[in-house]
Design a protein around this ligand. Structure first.
Ligand code: G16
Length: 554
């Protein structure tokens, strides 16, 4: 290092030291970089935000690319908040840097500069390298001041910041990807996002010219979050090809409270505030619009949920048909987690004959696994997912779409595939993009919601939570399908599962909430609920349950 560099480094670190005193860390507070970043009550996060601003600058210097920082706690209640770091292609930050994030966030005040210096040394970061960071935030009351703390962190290390203000999480991921591909992926503006996705959507629905107004009509529950705002902004770009009735717009109700994708998925019932008619197509976003689930109620008042598994099945079936019709040699794979309904996995493997992989919970794991296919469809059952098209797959599709010597049938399939690529936010799961994709797939195939639902029948399933003193006592293996500790827990789960037909259950610590999650499925809802309750009791007894014992569902 030259003397000049040392001088610059010292001046910067002096500034960091001065500014970090304005964002002090509560002594002894330790936080985990969980499934999707740091997440806890907003009051505990100011120092984390400032420090993630610093880390984002280092990551930007290291990658020589623009990095993203999103202030959101997604599906969590309004009083929580959190932060997600976004890598250059719009994907979640790489695991080594999650480790650094924890070291930086958890360093006591006086140790912060040493920790930063160590990371710079280990990663051979050049202090003179420029740095750029994009910031976005959701609509939580705490998000504005927390994103200001991120900005302070970036500026104190002399990084260049572009603060987009309120954005959906997937929009921020999109901006980062656009910027780092020199706009080949799209323009890094909200308008660029609306234009790219809606143009592709409008092209796709041209293949379904006779859609009625009813078929164009969709009810959307915005979870009282940013998705509602952004969907309103996007509507004019859709040229009336989608007519949206928007509920839970954030004008009165509380974020994610009795509404939104997580609520609908877990409760297996409609959100508050949506006026559904029999058979009407409805969907719910979550608080930062990175998840979506569909649903309707039938003439007997029964609620039907079409979750991430059903979305993955719909999309992969569509893609497989098109790839075959186009005569392209592209391998399609579907990536799921342990939460995937057993029926969906069986349908994909046995009927659709596509490769299915199961990975740990967390988009970062799914995204990575999906990259191994020419076309990788990944969805968590909770509605978080997207489709990844490899560069060579996109090239083959584009060439065929322009090939004047090919048959009309092949060309048309390739053109539909090309627009499918463009309507998809390949950076990350995106409720708005997924909604447009599902709407287009239904339209092009002339499928009703009921026909989609009938592709396979979900096994009854139940998700529950158990509060324990220390969630880290539960560790898991085999894509979180088996518990390694505490001793005896997995044996207890195995013994319970054996008592039911078509049954399966697992337990895992949540990476976004302070709780243990329990999943069960079996032949009937009654048996599923009974199994889920017994597994909750086993967790409570063997993993240090606190508070009231889990109660059976009535
Ligand atoms: C985040 C992750 C998802 C994960 C969910 C729940 O979603 O991005 O991949 O499924 O948390 O994780 P856990 O069960 O570990 O709490 P979101 O929408 O909250 O960002």
């Amino acid at each position: 290092m030259t003397l000049f560099n040392v001088a610059i480094g010292m001046a910067l670190f002096e500034e960091v030291s001065k500014k970090s005193a304005l964002h002090p860390k509560p002594a002894g507070l330790l936080l985990n970089y969980g499934t999707s970043g740091f997440r806890t009550v907003a009051e505990q996060l100011d120092h984390v935000m400032f420090r993630m601003g610093l880390l984002a600058v280092l990551r930007s210097k290291k990658t020589k690319a623009t990095i993203g920082v999103m202030v959101t706690a997604s599906h969590n209640p309004e009083e929580d908040n959190g932060i997600k770091l976004v890598d250059p292609m719009g994907e979640m930050v790489t695991p080594t840097w999650e480790e650094y994030a924890m070291q930086v966030a958890n360093a006591e005040q006086e140790a912060l500069l040493t920790v930063l210096g160590d990371i710079m040394k280990r990663e051979a970061i050049d202090i003179n390298q420029g740095a750029a960071v994009f910031i976005g935030r959701d609509t939580r009351p705490s998000s504005e001041s927390l994103s200001q703390a991120v900005l302070d962190g970036i500026l104190s290390l002399a990084g260049h910041a572009h603060d987009y203000g309120v954005l959906t999480t997937p929009q921020l991921h999109f901006m980062v990807r656009c910027e780092n591909t020199q706009s080949r992926y799209g323009n890094p503006t909200t308008e660029g996002y609306y234009q790219k996705l809606s143009q592709a959507f409008v092209q796709l629905v041209k293949h379904a010219p006779n859609r009625t107004d009813d078929q164009k009509h969709l009810l959307v529950d915005g979870a009282n979050g940013v998705g509602a705002l952004k969907l309103r902004e996007m509507e004019p770009f859709l040229q009336k090809e989608l007519q949206i009735s928007l509920f839970n717009k954030g004008t009165g109700g509380k974020l994610n409270f009795q509404c939104g994708a997580d609520y609908v998925k877990v409760q297996q019932g409609p959100p508050l505030g949506v006026e559904m008619l029999v058979g009407q197509r409805c969907c719910s976003f979550d608080g930062d619009a990175d998840r979506i689930v569909y649903y309707y109620s039938d003439s007997e008042g029964r609620f039907h949920l079409l979750d991430g598994d059903k979305i993955a099945t719909l999309i992969s079936t569509f893609l497989k048909k098109l790839v075959t019709q186009a005569g392209l040699d592209l391998q399609i794979g579907v990536v799921q987690t342990a939460y995937a309904n057993g029926s969906s996995t069986r349908y994909l493997e046995n009927n659709m004959k596509v490769t299915v992989r199961c990975v740990e919970t967390g988009v970062k794991h799914l995204h990575h696994a999906a990259q191994e296919f020419d076309i990788g469809v990944y969805f968590e059952a909770n509605g978080h997912g997207t489709v990844l098209f490899s560069e060579s797959a996109v090239e083959k599709i584009q060439q065929l779409a322009m090939d004047s010597s090919t048959s009309d049938e092949k060309k048309s399939a390739a053109q539909i595939l090309e627009n499918t690529v463009n309507v998809t936010n390949q950076a990350v799961g995106d409720a708005i993009s997924d909604m447009l994709l599902v709407e287009a797939v239904l339209a092009v195939q002339g499928l009703s919601l009921q026909q989609w639902d009938a592709m396979y029948t979900d096994l009854p399933n139940r998700q529950r939570k158990v509060k324990v003193a220390d969630k880290s006592v539960i560790t898991t293996t085999d894509a979180e399908r088996r518990a390694l500790s505490p001793a005896g827990l997995q044996d207890a789960v195995d013994a319970l599962v054996k008592q039911y037909r078509l049954s399966r259950a697992f337990v895992r610590p949540s990476g976004t909430e302070d709780t243990i999650r329990v999943y069960a499925e079996a032949d009937t809802q009654e048996n599923t609920d009974s199994l889920a309750h017994e597994v909750c009791m086993a967790v409570y007894r063997l993993a240090g349950g606190v508070g009231e014992e889990p109660q059976p569902l009535c």
